[in-house]
Design a protein around this ligand. Structure first.
Ligand code: GTP
Ligand code: NA
Ligand code: MG
Length: 298
């Protein structure tokens, strides 16, 4: 993209870590404290991604169970995450899945911010966690390294804004930008068939700006965007890069981790989706023929 067409975008953040170290509790706590358009007492819906604001800066969180979706997106070559928060329970320290998650992030070239969670727990030992960080060549700043880290208690909502500040510091280094005015492109975070709404998908826009009426293709699915909703079920009129929205109007539920592209209009979208479907049928057919082929005798 022409650098002159690029403007700043919010960081897209995911939360990784060992089972039961508090990923979900942390995501809930971040969301409760800061959801951008959240009304006090409003009922938030699970849409797989949400946006919060910290000191006037937006951050987008992917709220997926464990790192299943993260690895699925990586398998598909999609690089949707800018920063990973690695959650380490202070009473447990690094565990096998913590190391696995760290490797995931490092292989993807995604910088990490460490959230040392459960600071309130009996047996919490922050120094031991920092020791373990040093052993893994991700020493924290106060241990002479460069990794940003924050002590939190997700369950007591303590240390959350400090953690978000660290994430914003990390984001600043990355100078995240995107073209806001080209044809939209993004990734499906999750999709579902909802009673009365048909197929809906939560997406994160990576380039361009989605609007109601935009025509999209995702594999053999297409969409004329009927409506876009935020995590509070409020209608959104425009979704620039890094915005998570739930989109209504899909022909069918698209696969999570796959890309969507904006095209000229819904006629074009439908035609391309049908061509893609035909191509997928042919591929499947030729694979079946190959699998059942008799042994080659010469
Ligand atoms: P999985 O999704 O199963 O991998 O777990 P998770 O990492 O999402 O952990 P979850 O948020 O479900 O928390 C696991 C347990 O730890 C729950 O019982 C939480 O209440 C508890 N927990 C989470 N955060 C804290 C914390 O800051 N302090 C204490 N004491 N407990 C916490
Ligand atoms: Na759990
Ligand atoms: Mg969880």
């Amino acid at each position: 993209d022409d650098p002159s067409l690029l403007s700043p975008r919010a960081p897209v953040v995911c939360v990784l870590g060992h089972v039961d170290h508090g990923k979900t509790t942390l995501l809930d706590s971040i969301r409760k404290a800061n959801v951008v358009s959240g009304e006090a007492g409003g009922i938030t819906q699970h849409i797989g991604a949400y946006q919060v604001e910290q000191n006037g800066h937006k951050l987008t969180f992917i709220d997926t169970p464990g790192h299943a979706a993260f690895s699925k997106m990586r398998e598909r070559g999609a690089n949707v995450t800018d920063i990973a928060i690695l959650v380490v329970a202070a009473d447990d320290g690094f565990m096998p899945q913590t190391d696995e998650a760290l490797k995931f992030a490092q292989n993807a070239g995604v910088p990490i911010v460490v959230a040392i969670n459960k600071m309130d727990a009996k047996g919490a030992n922050i120094e031991r966690v920092k020791q373990q960080m040093q052993e893994r060549n991700i020493a924290s700043e106060d241990w002479g390294g460069e990794t940003l880290c924050s002590a939190v208690s997700a369950i007591n909502n303590e240390g959350i804004s400090e953690l978000l500040e660290q994430v914003l510091l990390q984001a600043e280094v990355l100078e995240l930008k995107a073209n806001h005015s080209c044809d939209a492109q993004g990734i499906i975070v999750e999709s579902q068939v909802e009673q009365g709404r048909g197929s809906t998908a939560t997406v994160i826009v990576q380039k361009g700006t989605l609007k109601p009426g935009s025509a999209l293709v995702c594999g053999d699915n297409y969409c004329k965007v009927r409506a876009m909703l935020d995590e509070n079920g409020q209608k959104v009129k425009s979704a620039p890069p890094s915005t998570p929205v739930r989109i209504m109007g899909w022909s069918d539920a698209p696969d999570s981790g796959s890309y969507f592209l904006e095209v000229k209009n819904d006629k074009v979208a439908r035609r391309i989706a049908e061509e893609n479907a035909e191509e997928m049928r042919q591929e499947l057919l030729s694979k079946q023929v190959k699998d059942n082929a008799p042994m080659d005798l010469d």
